[in-house]
Design a protein around this ligand. Structure first.
Ligand code: HEC
Length: 128
């Protein structure tokens, strides 16, 4: 018997340690796949929206229904900020994330299809 052979306690420890490593790897893998799937979906939505050429009038109507309460009837700002020349500060992708993401309470996240999102973008671009 060599002196380096592990004791039963050491073998147990190794087995438990390996188990924990595998569980952690599994959890990481799941996290990554969730993140990846979400990311893909977001990108698909953004790409679809950016491919469309929206209508500013439709966007104006949408804005009047959903946004004026906070951003003001002429988008000059109330609770939310003035949105004139917003398109010079944020790119389209950032605006889409702002509207659909719900990342800055109290502004809610809006579930809006690509066509309407594209209309809203066109309207915001008209507010130079
Ligand atoms: C409940 C109030 C509320 C509603 C409704 C709302 N917003 Fe907002 N919005 C805010 C607030 C507050 C902010 C500032 C958030 C921050 O930066 O912390 C904001 C920020 C923004 C910004 C970013 C402005 C900047 O200077 O960075 C954009 C773009 C925007 N809103 C667009 C919209 C659009 C388009 C709608 C309608 C679909 C909408 N918002 C509806 C409250 C609202």
């Amino acid at each position: 018997m060599s002196t380096s052979s592990s004791t039963a306690a050491e073998r147990d420890f190794k087995r438990v340690f390996l188990k924990i490593v595998f569980i952690l790897l599994g959890v990481l893998l799941i996290c990554f796949s969730i993140f990846f799937v979400n990311h893909q979906e977001n990108n698909k939505y953004i790409i679809e929206t950016l491919e469309l050429n929206g209508s500013a009038e439709e966007g104006d109507a949408l804005f009047k229904m959903n946004c004026v309460g906070c951003h003001g009837i002429t988008a000059r700002g109330l609770v939310g900020p003035d949105l004139h020349s917003i398109t010079q500060r944020l790119n389209d992708k950032e605006i889409i994330k702002q509207v659909t993401g719900g990342l800055t309470p109290p502004m809610p996240s809006f579930e809006i299809d690509p066509v309407n999102m594209s209309n809203l973008l066109k309207y915001l671009h008209s507010l130079e």
